[in-house]
Design a protein around this ligand. Sequence first.
Ligand SMILES: [Zn+2]
Length: 111
Amino acid sequence: MPQIVAKFNSSKSSACWRECGEQVTTRIHIFWEGLILVPYWTNVFGFINKHFQVNLPRDPLVAILGVKTDLIKSEKTRYLLQILLVAAKKNITMKWLQRRPPTLDERLYGQ
Ligand SMILES: [Zn+2]
């Protein structure tokens, strides 16, 4: 995270490496609230809600921490949801330094 790197190395900037204008970049910015990630997470939640036939809120508690998933009654489906959320977060880290958002297709279909 830029904020952490800048804390230990004063020559490094704490600004977002995706050049969105954020000057103090936190972990939540990198994984959730960065502007390039808004359409990505919207797509992830659209995919989950469509295929699981639920209405999970687009919420960092669900996406990042994996809590508030009790809307899904089946234990197996909740487990699958956890796997999908881990894959969605992994997709962000795989495109870590890029200025374009990851897409669902890259993770789900290996493109
Ligand atoms: Zn940013």
